[in-house]
Structures are given as structure tokens and as C-alpha cells.
Write a protein that binds this ligand. Structure first.
Ligand code: 5AD
Ligand code: SF4
Length: 470
């Protein structure tokens, strides 16, 4: 069956459920993990709201509670099991339907644990069966039986799912899914399948539609966003070019042309895929933000090799230099893991050294977490927790110190920001972000919301900058 046919069947299930559920049904959703998961949750919400479910934040009022899980690090598991413990009583009282989906469900040891310790969960669905949520809910409702819908495949692309977006200004658009890199610490390739890219036409039409509906900022998403269509090109897998789009660079250029869109961001790229054409496209496209996320993971060439990252410390730093030369006003953010097996004090110093040299705008820091099934988990020289934590604190201190200094450098500069809305803590002010993703709070009229405006930064408040309209 082709994917269009499969989606048509799901739409029929949506109609069938509408006929059997009572009015005013409510759902609560918990999303863990990355922006791709957030985007998947928007699709889950889209399907549920099409059925007629309304969103609630209160699990006690929900008829259906859905978890969209992540398994990149262990702490997500603890959070899920904690929440499930809480839900047991709620379910006993209200008969709530409980469904769990997402990356964690692709791990057998987790689904086994849920079935054994939390037998009251009604539905388990994986990353490759998200589009079948209507059918699965229908089965739970009509057969009054537990449902498990998890498959282990390379993965397909499903177009045309309903979507309920969180914002009406900023939208995420998934352009590719899966990963072929198998970094030795990472579970993603095992739970998300192989890299596959959406057709250029589908992406461009989605962004055009978003622009028509008033969206201003687009974030292109993928586990390896800048290797968009790479596998297809390398393996001669046929795909249809559209408006000359046949790579990540050409996609950026084409989206840059779409009227109404003011900003384009993308996450998460791999350093190896910053080919010259991609660097040139970032430099050339005025709407593409000059904040580039360049995951380092570790600074030591030895650790990078063990991590299977495919670059050395020197190559990474050379790439930074090359990008700095090619892209005026470039700012950089990164991901770093501390305490990977075998990481010595010397190796860790290399990480600190890269952080000092690059001076990132933002650093996402993680303590290495053993993931069952990955090569990293089988390595013998695991680092004791205490050392991992010490290194983490040291890195945090260094990175935050640099970020604080950089924030201070903003004071007195003029920055273009997209006014996103009223600020949470003070109704009298508005909030927006710079090209480099710094939050700026400023006094302004509500009619500025949704507009790109220029502000002068007048004060640095550490967690945000204060600006005034110029
Ligand atoms: N332990 C700690 N951090 C990890 N990441 C991925 N896998 C692990 C792991 N096993 C981090 C990487 C990646 C980010 C999304 O999560 O830094 O870039
Ligand atoms: Fe994980 Fe590496 Fe793939 Fe990123 S590139 S998803 S870190 S395996």
C-alpha cells in the first residue's frame, strides 16, 4: 500500500471515532526531547483535534493522555516512569486512556518494562507508526483491548497528516528523518531508522502555505538536517527535483525566496555535511540566520574517533575558521558530551580548549549516558559518575563565563528581532529573539507582534537582553 492510501485509511478512522466518542473529549500530551519530537507532537495534536479532542493541561480532566517519548539520555526514562506512577490512580478513578509513543517505544527493554510494571497503559506506538494513531485509538476504544503498534523498519515518509501548531508565527518543518551516522554513543539511528528525505515539492509547498497563513520564521528539522537528499544522490535513489532543489543548499535558496517568510533556521546539522555549497547558501541567503549549530561532542581527536564522529579536533576548528571567513556575523552554538568512555583529563582539556577558541553563543552540555544497544555501552573504560559530574561543572563554568562576556558585547549594538509576543513575566513588554537566538525584552506596542524590528540593546540581564526600539 502506498503512503497516500495509508493516510486516507487513517482519515476514515478519524471519521469512525467521531461517531463513537462523546462530545467534549479532552487530551493531555507530554513531549520529551528534541524539536523533531515537538513537531511529531504537533502532528499527534492535529490528528486528535481532527477527531474532536480538545487539549487540557490537567491530566485529571483528560480522557486521553499521550506521552511522546525520547530516549537519547536516561533521565527521560525516569521522568516517564515517574509520571506513569502518578497516572495509575488517575486512571483508576477516571478510566483515562493512556498512550505512549515515540523513540523510547522502539526499545524492547522499555516496552517490556512498561508491560510488566505498568500494565494499565492502553497503547504503545513507535516512531514508524505515528500516522496510525487514529486506527490504534479506534482499536483501543472499540475492542477495549490493549494495543501495541511498533515496527522496526527503515522508515517511510508520510505526507498530509493534520497538524496543530503551537505558534502562529514560528513553524517547524521536518525535512528529513533518521540517521546513518551511528555515532557510538547515540541511540537515534536504532530508533528512528535510516535517513530519508521528504520530496522538495512537499516541503516548499508546506512553507508556501505557512507563509500564506502569516508564519514568519521557519525551522527546518532533521536528525541530520544538512544531509538532506544526500543518501538519495549518493545511492542514485530517484527523487523529483522541484524548482532546482536537489540538496540542502538549494533547498535553503528556494525557501529564501518565499515571500512572507522572514527567517530560516535549521537544526540539527552534522559538521561533515557543511559542504562548500551549504556554507555559501547560508552566507548568501538573507533570511537564513547566521547562528549555526555545530555539534562538537568532544574536543579530543582520540575521543572523536571512538565516537565515530568522522572529524578531528583540527578539522573541526578549520571548519569554524572557513565558515567565519565565508559568513559575515556568524555565531555558533554546539552540543558537547562529557565523560564518554575512555575520556582522560587530557582529552577533556581538548574539549575546554575548543570551547575557549570558538567562544560559542550557546552550549548544550550533556553527561554521557549509556544507551543499551550502542557501541559506547559495550566499551569497558566507562567513566565514574563523580568524574563525569566534575567535568560537566567545569565545562559549564567555562561556557557560561564566555556566554556572559558575549552577552555584554551586545550592549550598545543594534539587532534585528522578530517580535514574538508579550513577555511572560511582564505584560507591558514584548519579547523577541535576535538572529543569534538571544531573547530580547523591549517596550512596544502589540501591533509590532509578528514584525521584524530593529532594537538597540540597552542592558544585559544575563538570561535575556533588554532592548529599545529604534
Ligand atoms: N549521552 C549523552 N548525550 C547524548 N547525546 C546523544 N546521545 C547521548 C548520550 N548517549 C547528545 C548529543 C546530541 C544531543 C542531541 O544529545 O550531544 O547532539
Ligand atoms: Fe545521533 Fe550522531 Fe545521528 Fe546525531 S549524527 S542522531 S548524534 S548518531
Amino acid at each position: 500500500m502506498d503512503t497516500k492510501q495509508e493516510i486516507k485509511i487513517q482519515k476514515e478512522y478519524i471519521e469512525k471515532i467521531k461517531q463513537i466518542v462523546k462530545e467534549n473529549q479532552k487530551y493531555a500530551i507530554f513531549t520529551m526531547g528534541c524539536q523533531l519530537n515537538e513537531n511529531d507532537s504537533e502532528k499527534i495534536c492535529g490528528m486528535l483535534e481532527e477527531i474532536g479532542y480538545k487539549k487540557t493541561e490537567d491530566i485529571k480532566k483528560a480522557d486521553l493522555v499521550i506521552f511522546n517519548t525520547c530516549c537519547v539520555r536516561e533521565n527521560a526514562e525516569e521522568r516517564l516512569f515517574g509520571k506513569l506512577g502518578e497516572l495509575k490512580k488517575v486512571k483508576e478513578e477516571n478510566g483515562t486512556i493512556i498512550a505512549i509513543g515515540g523513540c523510547m517505544m522502539q526499545e524492547k527493554h522499555i516496552t517490556d518494562k512498561i508491560k510488566e510494571s505498568y500494565p494499565f497503559v492502553d497503547l504503545l506506538f513507535g516512531t514508524h507508526t505515528l500516522h496510525k494513531l487514529p486506527e490504534d485509538i479506534y482499536t483501543v476504544l472499540t475492542k477495549k483491548q490493549k494495543e501495541e503498534d511498533i515496527i522496526d523498519i527503515e522508515g517511510k515518509i508520510y505526507e498530509g497528516l493534520p497538524i496543530k501548531r503551537k505558534s502562529n508565527l514560528q513553524a517547524s518543518v521536518t525535512i528529513m528523518n533518521g540517521c546513518n551516522n551511528f555515532c557510538s554513543y547515540c541511540i537515534v539511528p536504532y530508533v528512528r531508522g535510516r535517513e530519508r528525505s521528504r520530496a522538495p515539492k512537499d516541503i516548499i509547498e508546506e512553507v508556501q502555505e505557512l507563509a500564506k497563513n502569516g508564519y514568519k520564521e521557519i525551522t527546518l528539522l532533521g536528525q541530520n538536517v544538512n544531509s538532506y537528499l544526500r543518501v538519495e544522490r549518493e545511492k542514485n535513489i530517484p527523487f523529483k527535483e522541484y524548482h532546482g532543489v536537489n540538496s540542502f543548499a538549494t533547498l535553503l535558496q528556494e525557501i529564501n525566496k518565499i515571500e512572507g517568510i522572514e527567517r530560516i533556521r535549521f537544526i540539527s546539522p552534522h559538521p561533515k555535511d557543511f559542504t562548500d555549497d551549504v556554507i555559501e547558501a547560508i552566507a548568501k541567503c538573507d533570511k537564513v540566520c547566521k547562528l549555526v549549530h555545530l555539534p562538537l561532542q568532544a574536543g579530543s581527536t582520540k575521543v572523536l574517533k571512538e565516537m565515530n564522529r568522522k572529524y578531528t579536533k583540527e578539522q573541526y576548528l578549520q571548519l569554524v575558521e572557513k565558515m567565519r571567513k565565508a559568513i559575515p556575523n556568524l555565531t555558533l552554538s554546539t552540543d558537547i558530551i562529557v565523560g564518554f568512555p575512555g575520556e582522560t583529563e587530557e582529552d577533556f582539556k581538548d574539549t575546554l580548549d575548543v570551547v575557549k577558541q570558538v567562544r560559542y553563543e550557546q552550549v548544550f552540555m550533556f553527561i554521557y549516558s549509556r544507551r543499551i544497544g550502542t557501541p559506547g555501552d559495550k566499551m569497558e573504560n566507562q567513566i565514574p559518575e563523580e568524574i563525569k559530574h566534575k567535568r560537566f561543572d567545569k565545562l559549564k563554568e567555562l561556557a557560561e563565563g564566555i556566554i556572559a562576556e558575549k552577552n555584554q558585547e551586545y550592549v550598545g549594538t543594534k539587532q534585528k528581532i522578530l517580535a514574538e509576543g508579550k513577555s511572560k513575566n511582564n505584560e507591558a513588554t514584548l519579547t523577541g529573539r535576535t538572529d543569534s537566538n538571544k531573547v530580547v525584552i523591549f517596550k512596544g506596542n502589540d501591533n509590532l507582534i509578528g514584525k521584524m524590528i530593529e532594537v538597540e540593546i540597552i542592558e544585559n540581564h544575563i538570561w535575556y537582553l533588554e532592548g529599545k526600539e529604534v
